[in-house]
Ligand binder design. Structure first.
Ligand code: GDP
Length: 504
């Protein structure tokens, strides 16, 4: 009997033919887009809890109201809206059957409190996986031959920023990734958090026979270490693989049961060994998890907003800020790839505008908003240089997609201080007082330094640091009168940058 060898699983970089096929696919898609009218795919990303869900919900709500008088007034910087040319926005059926829809109705209901009314208002469920939403924007064009009523199809794609960190993995083999992960875990800020995983790592012999239980324990400890780096106290940036922290639909899946191993330099991985099993899973992760995301979604984006919780990093101190800088550099590397390797070039999106946004600016008095912007600009300056390198226009903004606070001057110890007022979430504490979710509190946010570099040196908030308790307070969403637009800070400026030129 003749036996056929099973086809070898392809784990090596893709061939030139793949690259050409991909290019053909992109051209075909562009032609289809051309035939069906102007379209824009806007990517919304950021690390977990950066504010993606709240941002998209607010953006969609604001655009859907932009045709109404009140809604128009709420977006003065979005020119098409201020000039009364944005006629209406409506939700359209999903463009891709295999991508979940962004649940905008549920999120709006959560913010408003749903059937129970404003007392039940809460922040919506955060992004855990990719989702998208299509809006059709009808506007009056003022531009030359296109004068008159036009329609722009806006596809908003929401995805965890953690997934972008996987792009460099596509060019790395298991041994290199293992080496780099172990090196990173030895750094001063991570060593303590990685101690448990590294102690376990020391007990594993890579050349021993494959052992499922050991693989599971190693993956659990490695994930716990990555998670600890991200907790509020340390706020360190994320290391790949991205799905270990933002697993999406792969929660609990065997696809995530691998971890780095201490391999000798240049050592051959023996078939049947523990290392061979880990290597196989790592390659499967690249092929079946990471690559399809870049291929099917990332490469199709036209514009991108990267949301950053810079306040949390400020809160955790200079090492977290510097780490944020590194993380943003890594995230942005995904946008400029291509010169070095054919593989990365295939996934490079044709992004022409990138906006970095420091979210939750309503935790600060407006006098600090420009300073927050300056700190973010400093944190992402290298990433900005890279983006400009590939011809993308880049801007930085501090915003609050949903403004949960208002401002006031409050007398404190005989001094008038800038304060923000809001309702802390039930269970939040300020100066030992526990809030019930109903009572409001006046908080003194302190002032961010004039010179952004001071924040990186650890000179966080100027004056009255002891009162600067904004950082630990989460406010409830605001109560909004029925039918009124949601309050925001600079959401319209973000929109003008991201889509304004396509509404002319
Ligand atoms: P995601 O993980 O990026 O989708 O983050 P979310 O959009 O779910 O936001 C995480 C949390 O940050 C929310 O639950 C809110 O507590 C807070 N948050 C997000 N955006 C804002 C904002 O504009 N203002 C305020 N005050 N809080 C916000």
């Amino acid at each position: 009997m003749r036996t056929r060898r099973p086809p070898r699983r392809r784990t090596a970089p893709l061939s030139l033919i793949d690259a050409l096929l991909n290019e053909t696919r992109i051209v075909a898609r562009s032609l289809a887009d051309f035939a069906s009218g102007p379209r824009l795919r806007l990517g919304v990303t950021g690390l977990s809890r950066a504010g993606k869900t709240v941002f998209i919900t607010a953006l969609v709500d604001a655009l859907m109201r932009a045709g109404e008088t009140q809604g128009r007034r709420a977006l003065p910087v979005l020119r098409a809206c201020a000039e009364g040319r944005l006629v209406c926005a409506r939700l359209e059926p999903q463009p891709d059957d295999d991508v979940p829809r962004f649940a905008v109705e549920d999120h709006l209901a959560a913010l408003a409190g749903g059937a129970q009314g404003p007392d039940a208002r809460r922040w919506p469920e955060s992004t855990r996986r990719i989702s998208q939403l299509r809006l059709a924007l009808a506007f009056e064009s003022v531009g030359g031959w296109r004068k008159g009523r036009q329609e722009l199809t806006l596809d908003i794609v929401d995805y965890p920023g953690e997934w972008l960190l996987d792009l460099p993995l596509l060019d790395k083999d298991y041994a290199q990734w293992s080496r780099e992960s172990i090196e990173a875990a030895q750094g001063a800020s991570r060593a303590m958090l990685a101690a448990d995983w590294r102690a376990h790592l020391a007990t594993i012999d890579p050349a021993a026979p494959a052992d499922e239980e050991r693989a599971r324990m190693a993956a659990e400890r490695f994930t716990a270490y990555l998670r600890a780096c991200r907790n509020d106290k340390f706020a360190l940036s994320t290391l790949p693989p991205g799905r270990f922290l933002a697993p999406g639909d792969l929660e609990g899946s065997p696809a995530l049961t691998f971890a780095p191993l201490a391999l000798e330099d240049g050592a051959r991985i023996k078939p049947g060994s523990h290392a061979a099993m880990m290597e196989r899973r790592y390659e499967a992760y690249k092929t079946h998890v990471a690559r399809p995301f870049f291929h099917d979604h990332f490469s199709r984006l036209d514009r991108q907003i990267v949301l950053v919780d810079a306040l949390s990093a400020l809160n955790s101190g200079p090492s977290a800020l510097r780490d944020l800088e590194t993380a943003m550099g890594d995230v942005l590397a995904a946008f400029r790839t291509g010169r070095a390797s054919l593989l990365s070039a295939m996934f490079r999106p044709r992004i022409d505008k990138i906006l970095f946004a420091a979210t939750k600016a309503d935790h600060l008095h407006h006098r600090s908003h420009d300073r927050l912007e300056a700190i973010l600009r400093h944190a992402v300056h290298r990433a900005i240089a890279r983006a400009q390198d590939v011809g993308a226009q880049v801007d930085v903004i501090a915003l609050a997609a949903v403004r949960a606070t208002r401002e006031a001057q409050v007398r404190h110890d005989g001094q008038m201080l800038d304060a923000i007022i809001g309702a802390p979430i039930a269970g939040e504490t300020i100066g030992g007082e526990i809030f019930d979710g109903r009572a409001e509190a006046a908080v003194f946010p302190g002032r961010l330094p004039d010179d952004p570099r001071a924040a990186f040196r650890g000179e966080g908030l100027a004056a009255r640091e002891e009162d600067s308790d904004w950082r630990f307070v989460r406010f409830r969403p605001p109560v909004v009168a029925h039918g009124a637009p949601m309050p925001h800070i600079r959401l319209d400026r973000a929109l003008e940058f991201l889509i304004g030129d396509r509404l002319t």
